[in-house]
Design a protein around this ligand. Structure first.
Ligand code: 5RP
Length: 213
């Protein structure tokens, strides 16, 4: 079961990685919401943020933190985001909040990715949390069949439209022994926008509550 106190501690502990004058990459979710609240207390020491979702943008703006377009900033020193699962190699499943594509883009642009989680997210093998995949709407059934061929059980997250206008398929029943290989293979399928596996670009630092993993 997820632990709100640990989420708050992780969000607040991530502040130690924020450098003066920086533009911070900001993820999405309830753990990140604690980070954004903590960031607001030192907002005069940073230039602002690049956001991974409309949800985080709204919270950042509410606090008066400037939000920049990634095209205008260039590479970022730091990205802070939560996760749905995290293995011992800091490889992640993300996308529970449907923001995986923009999260992946901002993570890729960052030198350091600090992942903030509570202890319920730590697993030995990725896949108990259904793997989110963002798809172009017309490819939903095509991708569903590709997933079934690979032994997964695809479930359309009906009613959810991503910030990019696409749909989410959650894949149940995969035990992901080689997340890099699976991410690489799924990335090749036309119709998949992005896969919620963050294995090719894992986190650099994981904070479980206030503890560094
Ligand atoms: C959103 C995400 C989130 O980081 C993930 O779902 C964790 O969320 P929370 O911090 O609310 O448990 O990937 O797309």
């Amino acid at each position: 079961m997820s632990n709100n106190q640990e989420k708050r501690e992780a969000g607040e502990a991530a502040i130690q990685y924020v450098e003066d004058g920086a533009i911070i990459g900001v993820g999405t979710g309830s753990t990140v919401a604690f980070f954004i609240d903590a960031l607001a207390t030192m907002k005069d020491r940073i230039q602002g943020a690049v956001s991974s979702s409309e949800q985080s943008t709204a919270q950042l703006k509410k606090h008066g933190i400037p939000v920049f377009d990634l095209n205008a900033t260039g590479p970022l020193a730091l990205y802070v985001d939560g996760a749905d699962e995290c293995d011992t190699h800091k490889r992640l499943i993300k996308g529970g909040g449907a923001a995986l594509t923009r999260e992946k883009i901002v993570a890729q642009a960052a030198q350091k990715f600090v992942c903030i989680i509570d202890s319920s997210k730590r697993v030995d093998l990725l896949g108990k949390f259904p793997l989110p995949i963002e798809v172009i709407p017309m490819a939903r059934s095509l991708i569903g069949r590709e997933i079934v061929k690979r032994g997964g059980n695809p479930v359309w997250r009906d009613g959810v439209v991503t910030d990019n206008g696409n749909w989410i398929i959650d894949v149940h029943g995969w035990q992901i022994a080689d997340p890099v290989a699976m991410e690489t293979e799924l990335n090749q399928l036309p119709g998949i926008v992005s896969v919620g596996l963050f294995a090719r670009r894992p986190a650099d630092v994981v904070l479980i509550g206030s503890k560094v993993m």
